[in-house]
Design a protein around this ligand. Structure first.
Ligand code: ADP
Length: 519
């Protein structure tokens, strides 16, 4: 305990005493009896005055006269005890000699601790008050000790929290330095405040050169404005985000594509206090994808020439009729395999076209119902299993302005899948119209798709589940989605494992008119 504390302690040891009596001479007598060091005596000449004083002061003990005009000692005592703040304040009644036993009991029942007979005996008053004063001091001391204990515990806790925070900050920094990716942090306004070694090594910019928004000087000129704008917008939105831009490598002077993930850091109230950004170089991946797409484009193109020649040969053999039944059935089966090969290669070519943005769409007017019937017929003819595919052309205006061949391709893909994954059960096609849109659904009651796979099936080369079903390369739905999107439409699937699937495409009747209207 410091010198100051002990001084405060002694000052605090001073005890406040309140005397309430309507008789001035009695008040004066008691005041002089109790005017001792360590006591501060306050007097009140009425119950009202006493209540007024009690509003904002605490007393170690209250001596109060029983007989007073208006508010007598008993009523006053009751009012004092009714207040939570004074519930435990000791009360000593002052009473004229000859207080009867009933009144004495009443005094105790209200909460009096003791009573003194008037005229008071100085020694007795001092002795009694001293007991309560002492009690009060001890109580105060205990309260102070408890408070100090709480404070020191709180202090220890704060020190421990500081220690843990330092450890976690150090670990966080070490982690940021240990990973090969670029890491930087920004304040709540999106201004860079820290960057790791990987960033400094790659860009050649130190913390000062990258501070605030100076890091933008590492971004390719063509990407800089877009990157700054999206970064500012994301900071404003306050959500986890992803930015792609080319960053300059200080050593080679070349730019490489990076994908940057930014995650906001929030305090307990949810307010953003900082941003954590990591940057990953995906130039190699990009080049690998580009090389694959180029290979796909060349390979599928090159494969088409010998395939066309082979097809012509087989077709002429099929037509010649100069073979016995066994040989003819082999030719028919070779022809079927050839058609499959042709479809796969056409698919690969389409994927390559999509990758290079060359999926051409030629819009023309036609009626959907007739095409649906035609495609159903073709799919049925091409399948040995002879599936049941029903379609009832409803009372729907079916005229559209789409790419007819591409629409046939979409429907063939969906029907093909419904046949392959349909478990031999009946399949249904529905065409419905909704204002300027048409919805075409292909419904099967076959294997269905697990929930977790639904999102993947429209991606490139994604196949899920049913290994036992002979299939393609997972291109069909990807191409389908791309064609639908090129018509400004969307594709959805509703499916349940073991129950079947419903694939629906929704396209505007005239996508070109929408583009024209928008421009
Ligand atoms: P694939 O040529 O492999 O069938 P798709 O792109 O057409 O490729 O389909 C992707 C995957 O989606 C398939 O491998 C299959 O697992 C699933 N799928 C597509 N259509 C259906 C369907 N009607 N019922 C169940 N699964 C389907």
């Amino acid at each position: 305990m410091s010198q100051n504390d002990s001084l405060n302690e002694e000052l605090d040891e001073n005890v406040e005493i309140l005397i309430v009596d309507d008789r001035k001479q009695d008040l004066a007598a008691l005041r002089s009896v109790l005017s001792e060091p360590g006591y501060t005596v306050t007097t009140a000449a009425s119950g009202d005055e006493a209540l007024w004083l009690l509003l904002n002061r605490d007393f170690a003990v209250i001596l109060l006269d029983v007989v007073m005009p208006r508010l007598d000692g008993f009523d006053l005592a009751r009012m004092i005890k009714a207040r939570a703040r004074n519930r435990h304040t000791p009360l000593i009644f002052l009473t004229a000699a000859g207080l009867d036993v009933n009144r004495l009991y009443r005094a105790y029942s209200i909460g009096a601790i003791d009573y003194l007979m008037k005229p008071v005996d100085a020694l007795v008053v001092r002795a009694k008050v001293a007991v309560f004063a002492d009690l009060h001091r001890k109580n105060e001391r205990l309260l102070r000790q408890a408070q100090r204990l709480r404070e020191s515990e709180q202090h220890a806790r704060e020190l421990e929290i500081d220690r843990l925070r330092l450890i976690s900050e150090r670990r966080y920094r070490n982690l940021a330095e240990a990973i090969p990716q670029i890491v930087w942090t920004a304040d709540s306004h999106g201004l860079l405040t820290y960057c790791n070694q990987s960033w400094m090594r790659y860009t050649g910019l130190d913390l000062l050169a990258s501070y605030g928004l100076r890091w933008l000087q590492a971004v390719h000129q063509e990407d800089a404005e877009r990157t700054e704008q999206s970064w500012r917008m994301q900071v404003e939105l306050g959500e986890t985000c992803e930015l792609r831009c080319r960053l300059r490598n200080a050593e080679t002077g070349l730019y490489r594509w990076h994908v940057c993930h930014a995650v906001p850091e929030r305090d307990e109230s949810g307010a953003i206090v900082a941003w954590l950004v990591t940057g990953t170089d995906f130039e190699d991946l990009l080049q690998a994808i580009q090389a694959r797409d180029e290979f796909l484009a060349i390979a599928s193109h090159e494969l088409r020439t010998p395939l066309t020649a082979l097809k012509l040969r087989i077709q002429s053999l099929e037509r010649s009729g100069s073979f016995d039944a066994a040989a003819h059935s082999k030719i028919v089966s070779a022809s079927a395999q050839l058609r499959r090969l042709e479809r796969l290669i056409a698919g690969l070519l389409d994927v390559a076209r999509i990758a290079t943005g060359q999926l051409d769409i030629e819009f023309a007017e036609f009626g959907v119902n007739a095409v649906v019937e035609e495609v159903i017929g073709r799919v049925k003819a091409a399948t040995s299993a002879k599936p049941v595919i029903s379609f009832a052309a409803g009372d729907v205006d079916d005229s559209v302005h789409w790419d007819r061949l591409r629409f046939e391709q979409v429907l063939t893909n969906l029907l093909d899948n419904a046949v392959r994954y349909g478990d031999g059960k009946p399949i249904e096609v529905r065409v419905t119209s909704d204002h300027d849109e048409l919805e075409i659904s292909v419904i099967d009651r076959g294997l269905g798709i697990a929930d977790q796979d639904v999102a993947r099936i429209f991606d490139r080369f994604e196949r899920v589940g049913q290994r036992r079903v002979p299939g393609g390369l997972g291109m069909g739905l990807y191409i389908t989605r791309k064609i639908v999107e090129a018509h400004r439409g969307s594709i959805h699937v509703c499916s349940e494992l073991g129950k079947g699937s419903r694939f629906s495409i929704r396209l505007p009747r005239d996508p070109q008119a929408m583009v024209d209207a928008a421009s």
